[in-house]
Design a protein around this ligand. Structure first.
Ligand SMILES: CC(C)(COP(=O)(O)OP(=O)(O)OC[C@H]1O[C@@H](n2cnc3c(N)ncnc32)[C@H](O)[C@@H]1OP(=O)(O)O)[C@@H](O)C(=O)NCCC(=O)NCCS
Length: 204
């Protein structure tokens, strides 16, 4: 069985090594990283997926940001080990983390990435949202975890400066305890996807 767990400090080295493997050198120089500098991750949504040998084969992280002043989740980076790509693991981690995000009260999610990939999870272009330059506007995508969460939310994306972003959210009253580790079955072979080349699904 595979296991999905919230990332702990002990996982840091393996997760960073996975990201270094999957992304081009200098990934942390991207402008999206300036939104993360000095801001704590959303710990309960940063997940690692371990294979039956206890190796980290996939990881996803989230940070809080503001869009036009509204608390928003920034998704990414997400990466799956090159030897395990196209097997459905990335999709599994996306869906699991987004379900956890909804269950703890987040309403809207933002990412910068390939619409052809992220549209399968419900992400659509956000024409009124401005990431720090240089960012291709066609790659700025959003998902509503709560109906209407992106309505009238636009403007520049900025760092989260509030120590408690959740408290500022409209649906904070729905917060429930974070889900711990859980065992998951590997997606069935007949659901497996062919591996894809390149590493540009999302900026990170
Ligand atoms: C992008 C990534 C996370 C997807 O995870 P995965 O486990 O390989 O993907 P899944 O097996 O769940 O899904 C495979 C499907 O996604 C598609 N896909 C993957 N990357 C894509 C991309 N950049 N653009 C369009 N489609 C893409 C595949 O073609 C396949 O499509 P299909 O369902 O029509 O056959 C993984 O390939 C990866 O780590 N890539 C390198 C790092 C990266 O780009 N990360 C995202 C930036 S934050």
């Amino acid at each position: 069985m595979y296991e999905i767990c919230p990332e702990t400090p002990a996982d840091e080295y393996e997760v960073e090594a996975l990201y270094d493997l999957c992304f081009a050198p200098g990934r942390t120089a991207l402008s999206s990283y300036r939104l993360r500098d000095g801001v704590p991750k959303v710990a309960e949504l940063c997940l690692v997926l371990r294979d039956p040998s206890n190796i980290v084969v996939a990881a996803i992280r989230f940070w809080p940001v503001r869009v036009g002043g509204h608390a928003t989740l920034l998704l990414g980076p997400i990466a799956v080990h090159p030897t395990a790509q196209g097997e459905g693991l990335g999709g599994m981690l996306m869906r699991d983390s987004l379900a956890r995000a909804a269950s703890i009260g987040w309403g809207r999610v933002l990412l910068v990435g390939d619409a052809p990939y992220y549209s399968r999870f419900g992400f659509i272009k956000l024409p009124g949202v401005e990431m720090p330059p240089p960012t291709n506007p066609d790659r700025i995508l959003g998902l509503e975890l709560h109906p209407g969460a992106w309505v009238d939310v636009a403007g520049p994306v900025t760092r989260e400066r509030s120590p408690n972003a959740l408290a500022a959210m409209a649906h904070a009253e729905t917060i429930t305890p974070a889900e711990p580790c859980k065992e998951v079955a590997k997606p069935q072979d007949d659901e497996a996807r062919p591996a894809i080349a390149g590493n540009s699904a999302a900026d990170h």
